[in-house]
Write a protein that binds this ligand. Structure first.
Ligand SMILES: [Zn+2]
Length: 253
């Protein structure tokens, strides 16, 4: 019965609050991975984006004004990773906070001596467990520049990772996936890139991914959608595991 009710709600949202054609065309124009999808997959992405826009709140700050075009673009980026997973994978959090540009959150920590330290780091995006996704609009618009970058997909990958606890590069895997294989592949790739970095060799991905396994999964996910052939060529086992996780067919098949 609840399933029927949900379907009815979804249908009503799609009828009453559609993403209009100009906003959707703007989203496609600024989202290369969405443009590469088949026509039928684009239709599914638009449905998911429409439902996401009703389900989550979008909160611009520091004077930023969000237009329908901007909201449609954010929703398109956000729904790419869950195109074949479903909106339930974004359960447990409710909002996006969007800054005009890079932001500097202030954090406090207390050390063993009881001294309070304040930390300030410039950020393009941030995801809180059970909390909002925070984004710099300027960086949202820089998706694909440099190639493989996408701050929205990065933060959304953290959100998927957090579906089974703290972000650690080990999201909940599907039943037909092999957990041991996932660990082995990601550990091996992480270690390989750390050796490459130590040897001064060029890396196939942003070195930020080598901060820890959670960032590695998020940066690899960005590449999976933005530059899939580069990831497939440089880290084929990681690429294959991400195909299984995101329920995507390998490129060229
Ligand atoms: Zn991150």
């Amino acid at each position: 019965m609840f399933g029927t009710l949900n379907k009815w709600r979804e249908r009503r949202t799609l009828e009453r609050h559609p993403v209009l054609e100009p906003a959707w065309q703007h989203a496609l124009a600024h989202c290369a991975p969405a443009r590469r999808l088949s026509a039928s997959a684009q239709v599914r992405l638009r449905v998911l984006a429409t439902l996401l826009l009703r389900e989550k709140s979008f909160e611009p700050v520091q004077g930023l004004k969000l237009t329908d075009e901007m909201r449609a673009l954010l929703a398109a980026h956000t729904c790419l990773p869950i195109l074949n997973l479903g909106l339930d994978w974004y359960a447990g959090w409710h909002s996006f906070v969007i800054y005009p540009g890079l932001f500097v959150p202030e954090r406090q920590s207390v050390d063993a001596a009881g001294v309070v330290h304040r930390h300030r780091h410039v950020m393009a995006g941030e995801s809180w467990q059970h909390g909002p996704v925070i984004l710099s609009w300027e960086d949202v618009m820089q998706a694909g520049d440099p190639p493989g970058h996408n701050v929205v997909i990065h933060e959304c990958a953290h959100k998927l990772d957090m579906q089974n606890g703290e972000a650690n590069g080990f999201p909940p895997l599907h039943r037909d996936m092999d957990r041991a294989r996932w660990s082995q592949v990601f550990h091996a790739a992480y270690a390989q890139l750390q050796r490459s970095r130590a040897a001064g060799e060029p890396l196939p991905m942003d070195a930020y991914g080598l901060q820890n396994p959670a960032e590695f999964f998020a940066v690899a996910s960005e590449m999976f959608f933005e530059a899939p052939t580069v990831l497939q060529a440089s880290l084929p086992d990681v690429y294959r595991q991400l195909c299984l996780f995101y329920r995507q067919n390998p490129a060229g098949t």
